[in-house]
Structures are given as structure tokens and as C-alpha cells.
Design a protein around this ligand. Structure first.
Ligand SMILES: [Zn+2]
Length: 303
């Protein structure tokens, strides 16, 4: 199925010729459809995978046990096995009344700043993430040293043993990568669910010029770490599920240069100016001002 999808995309000219997965460094997945009644039976602590049989779950309590399973996938990622299931579920409508619309400024200093005063800090600046990143760097260095020494010792017959030891280090590095991914992904999920819970009439966001940001070397790393692109997509799809209108303003909209009170444009606003001072006496935090302008934007595209 995946191969078919890849080839269809290739013939449409959207992607290059499909490549085989590398078992060594990509996660391997196996898809199991539900053919029999007993396939994919889910109990509290175990799951019946077709052809494999009952498997115990390490983490349990959040797979819906009474739902109708359509199919499932087993995958291996950084030395751990995961099971994904596709279920049919009634979505409970969020019956909170709609509140007024909010504007959200996505950025690097803080991940998201909302016009209702909620601020989501950049998780990559916390000491916890920084500590793991340092650890990752150390283990990566260790790995590259192991490769180097393998080159030198290549003439000897010890190769097989060293290869196995290198593989151990590869898994170690993968595990740290996975941990960072989990932390960042979880944080983004929390942001989205908290915003959707407010149930605003609309959410206004900027058309993030991510490709432009990625051209800037320093910005690109930060954007990739924050997964801003994924965060945006998640926010859009969750809002659609909850009947929240998503408004997108163009990248030319001067959201941070506009004064929210008098509407004049401050052309000489630098990136280093953290506080917006207008000649009309209005003074506010730069990003908060931007989020107000997004909320009050008159020209937008509904996506
Ligand atoms: Zn002003």
C-alpha cells in the first residue's frame, strides 16, 4: 500500500523515485488489517495482533477498549515496539459556547502568543531539554569516534565485534532523539488542545514563511526544533474538527509593525525591539501587539 502511494506520487511528478527503507535507521512498520472477528481484540493490558497473537502492553489505560478497530500497525522505533490502531469513534462535540476570536503569533522566542493573554514558552529553552541536547551531542561524538577507530582497525580481524558495539551506540543515539521528539511533540499537542478547548469563533494565524525562515541558518534550526510547521498543521486540522474558523493573513500583513490603537505603521521596527512604542503613546510587548493585530485583521483567507 505504501509502495503504491509512493509510485502514484512519483508518476504525478510530485516526488522522486521511491527508495527502499533502510532498516538500520528508519522505523520499520508492519500493517495488519482486521480480517477475522477476533483480530485486534483489545483488553486493558494486552492486544491480539493478527498472526502474532496476544501481546502484553507496557503502557496501558488509554487505548479505547470498547471501540471498533479497523486496522493496526506495529512499528519498531529506536529499540522499542509500538502499536497503532485505527478506530471508529464518535467524536463528542465540545458543547462549550463559542468565545470571541483569537489571534496567535507563532514565533521563535515564544512558541505561541495569543491575544487573550495566554503565552506558550519555547520548550527548547528549558533546562530539561537543553540537558538532553547536551547528552545527545556527547553520545553522537562517541559514535563518530567509534566509526573513526573502526577505520583504523579495519586491517585486523576484530571487525565483527566492533560493528556490534557500534550498533549499540547507534541505538543509544536514536533513543535520545526519540526522547526529544516525544517531549516536543507532546508539548505541541498540549498547545493545540488548550487552544481548541477555549472554543474561539475563529483563530487567526500568519502565513508562516517557513521556507524563508529555513534559508536563514540560525532561524532554521530553531524552527525545526520547535516543529512549528507541524504545530500549525495540527492546529488547523483540530480546529476544522471543532468547527473553528481558521483565518490566515498573508506574510505581507505588517502584524508586528502595526499599532493596535491608532493603526499607524512603524517601518523602522527592528527585531531587537522587544517593546512596541508608538508615537500615540501606546506601548506594549512586541509579540502581544502582533497577536492583537492578527485578531483584528480585516483581510484574511479562510483555510
Ligand atoms: Zn499608535
Amino acid at each position: 500500500m505504501n509502495g503504491e502511494k509512493a509510485f502514484k506520487k512519483f508518476f504525478k511528478g510530485e516526488t522522486s523515485f521511491p527508495k527502499f527503507k533502510k532498516k538500520k535507521n528508519k522505523d520499520v512498520k508492519a500493517y495488519f488489517p482486521k480480517n477475522n472477528k477476533t483480530d485486534w481484540t483489545i483488553e486493558r493490558h494486552r492486544v491480539n495482533i493478527p498472526t502474532i497473537g496476544w501481546m502484553r502492553l507496557k503502557e496501558y489505560g488509554y487505548i479505547p477498549t470498547n471501540s471498533v478497530v479497523k486496522s493496526g500497525t506495529v512499528s519498531q522505533k529506536s529499540d522499542r515496539y509500538y502499536v497503532y490502531i485505527l478506530v471508529e469513534e464518535d467524536i463528542k462535540p465540545n458543547d462549550k459556547p463559542y468565545s470571541c476570536g483569537i489571534g496567535i503569533d507563532l514565533g521563535i522566542k515564544d512558541t505561541a502568543i495569543c491575544s487573550n493573554g495566554i503565552k506558550f514558552k519555547n520548550i527548547n529553552k528549558t533546562s530539561k531539554v537543553k540537558k538532553i541536547e547536551r547528552k545527545l551531542k556527547r553520545e553522537q561524538r562517541k559514535l563518530s569516534r567509534k566509526y573513526e577507530s573502526l577505520k583504523i582497525r579495519n586491517k585486523n580481524n576484530k571487525e565483527e565485534a566492533t560493528r556490534q558495539n557500534i550498533q549499540k551506540q547507534v541505538v543509544k543515539v536514536q533513543k535520545i532523539h526519540q526522547r526529544l521528539y516525544n517531549i516536543r511533540n507532546d508539548y505541541n499537542n498540549k498547545i493545540v488542545s488548550e487552544l481548541v478547548k477555549i472554543k474561539p469563533v475563529f483563530i487567526t494565524i500568519e502565513d508562516l514563511a517557513i521556507s524563508n525562515m529555513i534559508k536563514n541558518k540560525h532561524l532554521s534550526k530553531a524552527v525545526q526544533k520547535q516543529k512549528l510547521y507541524e504545530l500549525r498543521n495540527k492546529l488547523i486540522s483540530k480546529s476544522h474538527q471543532n468547527n473553528i474558523e481558521i483565518r490566515q493573513v498573508s506574510i505581507w500583513y505588517p502584524s508586528s509593525k502595526l499599532c493596535n490603537k491608532c493603526g499607524s505603521v512603524k517601518k523602522d521596527l527592528k527585531l531587537s525591539d522587544r517593546v512596541y512604542n508608538c508615537k500615540c503613546g501606546y506601548s506594549f510587548d512586541r509579540d502581544a501587539n502582533a497577536s492583537y493585530n492578527l485578531r483584528d485583521a480585516k483581510e484574511y483567507k479562510i483555510i
